[in-house]
Ligand binder design. Structure first.
Ligand SMILES: [Zn+2]
Length: 258
């Protein structure tokens, strides 16, 4: 069984001292590929170096809505430049966060739309952070006629929104939240969706699952999300893993890491 952690921030400082062990532990657990999205322009060069050193890591470049205060117009120029020269597999992590009211909404909309347009120009998928903003994500993707799809990470919208996004070529990312029995809305959704629409992620170091509350999250725990999904859907883990592995490769246009 092989799994890809389609969203983990292994470049964050909290992994500095033991990254090699973290990757090894994940690989021992069957997770053999990691997608690390970028969050701010100042950190992109580091991320590039970091991904260069680890053959199991692929990276995306993007401006994350959490850091909206830091983003500047020139970052968009740098983004185009780097996509031209480097091997990013997607534009991300980009998006809209309306849950956190301190984040400037107009500026978020500006940078999200601009980055969707850049992804379109490079025919790259996007990795999207969306909280309370799925309708705007759908609206902008349509307005830009963006057709490369991507992943809506840590999906937490409605079934109706999920269906629209799937139609637009997106996969939906599920992580640690699925392992909590109290996540009943999310669990129902994970049962209703076609398996072709699902990818798995940890969002490490955040979004820890039920058995690891209070700990640093790690890609090593991704099989626990798969286990929950198998219980919820009443389908074998092996079957789901195989399907999800293919979904992940296809949507991100990446090769297997053998
Ligand atoms: Zn993230």
């Amino acid at each position: 069984m092989k799994l890809i952690d389609t969203h983990c921030h292994l470049d964050f400082e909290v992994f500095n001292t033991d990254l090699v062990q973290v990757i090894q532990a994940a690989q021992n657990a069957g997770v053999n590929q990691f997608i690390v999205p970028g969050v701010t322009a100042v950190k992109w060069p580091e991320l590039l170096n970091f991904a260069d050193k680890h053959s199991s890591i692929e990276y995306a470049l993007g401006l994350h809505p959490y850091f909206i205060d830091q983003h500047q117009d020139k970052d968009l120029t740098i983004l185009r430049d780097m996509l031209e020269k480097e091997n990013a597999i997607a534009v991300g992590e980009i998006g809209l966060d309306y849950f956190d009211k301190t984040l400037n909404k107009e500026k978020q909309l500006y940078f999200f739309e601009a980055q969707v347009k850049i992804a379109k120009a490079f025919s790259l998928p996007i990795i999207v952070h969306a909280r309370k903003s799925h309708d705007d994500v759908i609206r902008i993707v349509k307005a830009v006629s963006f057709e490369s799809g991507g992943i809506i990470h840590a999906f937490n919208g409605s079934l109706q929104q999920a269906e629209k996004l799937i139609e637009l070529g997106f996969k939906l990312g599920f992580g640690g939240m699925l392992t909590y029995e109290k996540s009943s809305k999310l669990r129902t959704l994970a049962k209703q969706l076609p398996i072709e629409a699902i990818v798995l992620e940890t969002d490490a170091p955040d979004m820890t699952g039920a058995s690891h509350q209070g700990e640093r999250n790690s890609p090593e725990y991704l099989p626990e999300v798969l286990k929950s999904l198998a219980e919820i859907r009443q389908q074998p883990e092996d079957y789901l893993a195989e399907k999800i592995y293919e979904n992940s490769l296809t949507i991100l246009g990446i090769r297997k890491n053998d």
